[in-house]
Design a protein around this ligand. Structure first.
Ligand code: SF4
Length: 321
């Protein structure tokens, strides 16, 4: 009896202790036992999966500065957007590489030495515990650059709280205001409720965005994004009203025009096109009318084709930057 009951107790204790087993790392709460090799919707093991790491100059100026962002693009995603411009790594497994915390720290320190203004965590929502461990180790090893958490906002509150003190700026991209749209285009049940809770939690953890007046770089706080989708699919007015009224106009906001009908978007006629100038102008008017103190409006004329990365190029997926 003793012999058989001991492993069961150990298994239970381990499952209760780790958010990876049963997995509840993102709001899907698949319940996969990732510590025993099971995988859930994201397909990720319990290791740290990175698709590409390097200096990136395409983020907002208050993150890019003159040195760029040392971006770690993590493999997979908590969403499955039919139009994802990073689909090669978010839904395919291009360049998927298992990192140790030592390798993460080594690369982050190297990029810091090359002048990076920020360390960027891109698509981190399915790997919170592994990222936490790697960040703690990197900071102990000398990582000083501030950290920006760049996410679709489909994040669990537990994981956000676990990263409190390690992340300086939270950057959620709030994608929809309608749960049916989130289910149709991103296969994300309950996205709107979960993402709004996540944004409010980020605001609670870090407050309004603070910008250093001398360097122009973000220091701490929340900087939200909203990618405008064709045909009103992203619910821009409702989304921006939520941000202004509930998160407050002291957070930063980027309004983004770069939508391109990539990946499977052609199967959805209503989003199989770029934004029309008049629909983007309407979105810009909405954002301006709400009084955000730090508002960045992406130019519709910027060429989205050049902004689309190709992650099969392991050296530099970003042709434009
Ligand atoms: S992180 Fe992956 S396995 Fe865990 S709940 Fe989310 S999708 Fe499922």
């Amino acid at each position: 009896m003793k012999h058989t009951s001991q492993p069961k107790r150990q298994g239970l204790a381990r499952a209760e202790d780790s958010p990876l087993a049963p997995c509840r790392v993102c709001p899907r709460r698949c319940g996969a036992d990732r510590l025993s090799g099971e995988t859930g919707f994201c397909g990720l093991s319990a290791g740290l999966h990175v698709a590409w790491a390097g200096l990136h100059f395409g983020e907002e100026p208050c993150f890019t500065g003159t040195g760029g962002v040392a971006n770690f693009f993590f493999s997979s995603c908590s969403l499955a957007c039919v139009y994802c411009q990073n689909h090669q790594i978010s839904q395919g497994r291009a360049q998927d590489t298992l990192y140790t915390k030592e390798r993460f720290a080594r690369e982050a320190l190297l990029l810091q030495a090359r002048g990076a203004c920020f360390t960027g965590l891109v698509s981190p929502s399915c790997q919170g515990p592994q990222i936490r461990e790697a960040l703690v180790f990197a900071k102990k090893s000398g990582l000083k650059t501030p950290v920006v958490y760049n996410t679709s906002a489909y994040d669990s509150l537990e994981q956000l709280r676990a990263l409190d003190g390690l992340v300086d700026v939270w950057m959620p991209d709030l994608k929809y205001a309608d749960e049916e749209m989130a289910a149709r285009y991103s296969k994300a049940p309950g996205y709107v409720a979960a993402a709004r809770d996540a944004v409010l939690e980020m605001r609670k953890l870090a407050g309004d965005i603070q910008i250093d007046p001398e360097t122009g770089l973000a220091v701490r706080g929340v900087w939200a994004r909203h990618l405008v989708l064709p045909g009103g699919v992203s619910g821009t007015w409702e989304t921006l009203c939520f941000l202004a009224l509930e998160a407050g106009t002291g957070i930063g906001l980027s309004l983004m025009s770069q939508y391109t009908p990539l990946h499977k978007a052609g199967e959805y006629p209503e989003i199989a096109r770029r934004l029309l100038p008049e629909e983007y102008a309407e979105a810009v008017g909405m954002a301006r009318s709400l009084g955000f103190k730090h508002l960045l409006v992406q130019d519709l004329e910027e060429s989205p084709d050049n902004a689309v990365p190709d992650f099969t190029d392991t050296k530099q997926p970003f042709k434009r930057f």
